[in-house]
Design a protein around this ligand. Structure first.
Ligand code: 5AD
Length: 352
């Protein structure tokens, strides 16, 4: 197995069978070795720096009915909310004082936030904080909307592909959503000049090891700047409420593999990873991740942005507890970097 790991480090890709062998392997010594190699590769590019992003969950209204997601349209148990432009700017102001230099606007696909409204909000954040990066995570929109967001100053865009297998995609999503349209969005975002992130859940219902191989091959082809992965966690009020949670160990292994495939990638230790294991965040970093995204949303609405059961939103998960996060990161030998934390590599987004 070690030979496969070293091959992945050297060549950044494997053939299908080799990917599959690595995914299926359960040996702890091998996954430790894999994590060590990933850690070394990350250190060679990003050193011991961990980048922080202030996550603003600005709306939990969503027109989609993704079968895994707690804020899906047909979940009537959710108390819906939207932040106003002023609320969002206030979050940024608070975040700026705490040391955040990237703001991630994440929300459901909410028609209230028209292209014009979002463009206006992006422009206002950039005017208020010209030294900060703005990341968007607002789902599928037209090319012209993406272009307007970019022209207004947005720097990065997160849009998980969720699964690279058409059949699997259709089992996770309602019929009006398609992998084809998701891919088209991702390629548009890249063409426009965003630093782009794709990603998937580990252990989502019906996912096979072969599906994961397809995910890795897509990532290798697409060459994203960021990759967001986390374990699937059931949400009680969704059709997948009784399905099993994704594996923590497999998520760590995939983080390491992705680091070896894309040495420069910005790779978050996600909230979902922190939710399934008390030291999930730290272990993710030790496996090759180099980004954490604490929650900057107003504390009273966090409970309403429940994508899955038990989503953590206090402790070091909360932006206001940055000191605690800093301590935890220092304890494992890394440090929080104050700065935009841009992608280090060739395709560096905006040409100013
Ligand atoms: N478990 C884990 N991750 C989830 N997401 C949505 N629902 C869940 C869940 N039940 C992830 C999706 C989405 C991102 C914002 O959160 O991958 O793209």
């Amino acid at each position: 197995m070690k030979d496969l790991i070293l091959k992945l480090e050297k060549e950044h890709v494997l053939c299908d069978d080799e990917f599959l062998t690595l995914i299926k392997d359960k040996n702890k010594e091998n996954s430790d070795f894999l994590a060590q190699r990933a850690d070394k590769v990350r250190k060679s590019i990003y050193g011991r720096d961990v980048y922080i992003r202030g996550l603003i969950e600005f709306t939990n209204y969503c027109k989609n009915d993704c079968r895994y997601c707690g804020i899906r349209k047909s979940n009537a148990a959710v108390q819906r909310y939207r932040l106003s432009k002023e609320d969002i700017l206030e979050c940024c102001k608070t975040g700026y004082a705490l040391g955040f230099r990237t703001f991630v606007l994440q929300g459901g696909e909410d028609g209230f936030f028209t292209d014009d409204r979002l463009t206006d909000i992006i422009g206002s954040i950039k005017t208020m904080h010209p030294d900060c990066a703005v990341t968007l995570s607002v789902g599928e929109r037209d090319y012209s909307a993406y272009k307007a967001f970019f022209d207004a100053g947005a720097d990065r865009y997160l849009l998980r592909h969720e699964t690279a297998d058409t059949e699997h995609y259709s089992r996770l999503h309602p019929p009006n959503l398609s992998l084809e349209s998701r891919m088209e969005c991702l390629y548009s975002l890249k063409e426009i000049g965003f630093q782009v992130g794709c990603g998937f859940m580990v252990g989502s219902p019906f996912q096979t090891d072969e599906n994961l191989v397809e995910d890795l091959k897509f990532i290798s082809r697409f060459q994203p700047h960021m990759v967001g992965i986390g374990p699937f966690i059931p949400h009680k009020d969704t059709p997948f409420g009784n399905y099993a949670q994704g594996s923590f160990e497999l998520t760590l292994k995939l983080l390491s593999m992705i680091r070896l495939m894309l040495p420069n990638v910005l790779l978050p230790a996600t909230t979902a990873l922190g939710t399934v294991h008390p030291n999930g965040r730290e272990m993710g970093i030790l496996a090759g991740a180099n980004v954490v995204m604490p929650n900057l949303s107003p504390a009273d609405i966090r409970k309403n942005y429940m994508l899955y059961n038990n989503k953590i939103s206090t402790g070091e998960e909360a932006a206001e507890s940055i000191a605690l996060l800093k301590e935890k990161i220092n304890n494992i030998g890394y440090n929080i970097s104050i700065g935009r934390g841009d992608y280090k590599g060739e395709k560096n987004g905006r040409k100013s």
